[in-house]
Design a protein around this ligand. Structure first.
Ligand code: SF4
Length: 558
């Protein structure tokens, strides 16, 4: 048993729903108790789909358990086939149905339907949503293409250089983070370097489309959590190489283009050159009227422009699925000049990759699906910006830290009406705006640092967000209770906590030390306070004066 209030991922059958809902011509019969239809709302409300997901639930009740639940499966499969006439049927069970062991997949397969039936066995008590989506896609593709697999030892015929290379884009699903717009960006990138898209799957694909997957020269593994298992199988079975770079961020997009150049054996140097033209002639009318340079992002110039100087060294904590967390770490450090002070993922299957990134920055990755552990890690790192999921938005709100969402799980506001990819040149533009937006603007940061007594622009205030300081920050002036609270009350955590060494008990701040601490800008004050207290307790200092504060600063700065 694990006490859980929030979960980063749903059960694996929700992953299957994401594949079925993404596609056309696929129907999913789910053996599940009454009430599991709640999952429909993820698609009709959060993603605002205009129709119900293609899912038939057996919806058994307590009184059915004494009867023949297996017969309910058969009836549901038969009814679903007659009503929806799908090209392929997926059959699986939810957590509760797993306990009663009706083997719905085998039952459906034995019914002699005239279409392929894919039986899914997803262990709901050990695996989660992304794994469920990945397994479903793999089994679906495998079932449809098994008979076409190349014989052992055979290789693909060389591509005729006169014919443009073709790529499959694997991984975008329903309920994925910005998948809808990311696809458009990948298509633009491919068009720029003379590559055609063969099949995009699962989003928008039919089973017939999946049958055409082997026609492509290579596969683009866009979201490894969903696509890697399938891409690996395609690599083994059809000798299709996999492009593994996920093009989120300018550097990664350049690497993505270069990798395709190698894999498809085409010249991509012109596209790479264009991508360097990053000032984009913002002020030149002819370039503006031609939508600037679609082969470059504004991010590099924006982050080099002088207004971004104050972003340098901002302490950032990143958490999300592995794909987006790894991409975010690179953008944050290499493209925006932030300092990475924490990184983690709930994608256990990709823990190794995230650990490797963390190691490059001298950090220990947080690999956890326990939001309390994440909250603790965020508090400990005292970042100035959190890039995370919807959960981290709540965590950051409680801690009074600005936050932007970079990964699922998401709420409805992260399925926006406007075009908002994360991938490619335009994705980098969106990222620049979204990540900088929650931070206090440079001039305000400077002025609040200089004049602390203002009745309106008080500490923690961010006028561009209409936010006033949190009442607990100890300022008057009313305003709503908002996200921007003082990161740490001056003496709030001076009390000993369980397990702390006993000398921590006697730590206190002198009046002058506390007054000096208050002069430090609020968004770094928590970190300074912690560092000073550690410095003091390491040296057996019990009363922290203004001198201790500066000694600690000098020692840490060395
Ligand atoms: S079967 Fe699983 S998803 Fe459905 S209500 Fe029970 S625990 Fe939740």
């Amino acid at each position: 048993m694990e006490l859980t209030l929030w979960t980063y991922e749903g059960p694996p059958h929700v992953g299957t729903m994401r594949i079925a809902t993404a596609m056309e011509g696929v129907h999913y019969v789910l053996h599940a108790p009454q009430g599991d239809t709640y999952a429909d709302l993820l698609f009709t409300m959060i993603e605002r789909r205009d129709r119900r997901p293609p899912v038939t639930y057996t919806t058994f009740q307590a009184r059915d358990l004494g009867g023949d639940t297996a017969e309910m499966v058969k009836t549901s499969v038969r009814d679903a086939y007659n009503r929806f006439k799908p090209q392929v049927m997926l059959v699986g069970e939810s957590c509760t149905a797993e306990l009663i062991q009706d083997q719905p997949g085998s039952l459906a397969k034995s019914m002699g339907l005239p279409i392929p039936v894919v039986s899914l066995e997803l262990p709901a008590y050990s695996k989660k949503e992304n794994w469920g989506a990945s397994e479903t896609l793999y089994h679906l593709v495998r079932s449809l293409l098994l008979s076409a697999v190349l014989p052992p030892g055979a290789s693909r015929p060389e591509r005729d250089p006169a014919i443009r290379p073709k790529a499959n884009i694997i991984g975008p699903t329903a309920l994925g983070f910005r998948c809808r717009d990311d696809i458009q960006e990948v298509l633009k990138l491919l068009a720029e370097i003379g590559v055609d898209a063969n099949v995009i799957a699962p989003l928008g694909a039919t089973p017939d489309d999946l049958m055409r997957i082997p026609d492509a020269d290579f596969n683009i593994c866009l979201y490894p959590e969903i696509a890697l298992t399938t891409c690996k199988w395609l690599e083994r079975s059809f000798k299709q190489p996999t492009v593994k770079t996920v093009p989120i961020g300018v550097g990664a997009t350049r690497d993505f283009i270069a990798e395709i150049g190698e894999v498809a054996n085409i010249d991509v140097s012109a596209a790479l050159r264009r991508s360097q033209a990053d000032t984009l002639g913002n002020w030149s009318a002819d370039r503006l009227s031609s939508m600037a340079n679609p082969g470059a992002s504004r991010l590099p110039w924006y982050s080099r422009s002088v207004d971004s100087t104050y972003l340098t060294g901002k302490r950032v904590f990143i958490f999300g699925d592995a794909t987006h967390a790894i991409a975010a770490a690179r953008i944050a450090t290499e493209e925006l000049g932030f300092t990475l002070v924490g990184i983690g993922t709930y994608s256990r299957e990709f823990a190794r990759q995230v650990r490797e990134v963390a190691k490059q920055y001298g950090l220990e990755a947080v690999i956890s699906d326990d939001y309390l552990a994440v909250e603790e890690a965020v508090a400990e790192a005292s970042p100035e910006l959190v890039l995370g999921t919807q959960m981290e938005r709540h965590i950051a709100k409680r801690l009074g830290i600005p936050c932007a969402v970079i990964s699922t799980p998401i709420h409805v506001q992260d399925v926006p009406a406007r075009y908002s990819p994360q991938i490619g040149w335009e994705g980098a533009n969106v990222i620049f705006d979204d990540w900088v937006h929650p931070l206090m603007m440079g001039l305000e940061e400077h002025l609040i640092g200089m004049f602390r007594e203002d009745f309106e622009f008080a500490e923690g205030h961010m006028s561009h967000l209409h936010t006033a300081p949190h009442p607990t920050a100890g300022t008057s002036g009313g305003g709503v209770a908002v996200a921007v609270a003082e990161p740490m009350a001056i003496t709030a955590d001076l009390q000993p906590t369980e397990g702390e060494p006993s000398d921590a008990v006697s730590l206190s701040w002198s009046a002058d030390g506390e007054a000096e601490l208050k002069k430090i800008p609020f968004f770094v004050r928590g970190k300074v306070k912690r560092n000073t207290e550690k410095f003091a307790s390491d040296r057996g200092i019990t009363s922290i004066t203004v001198d201790t504060l500066y000694e600690a600063k000098a020692a840490i700065g060395k």
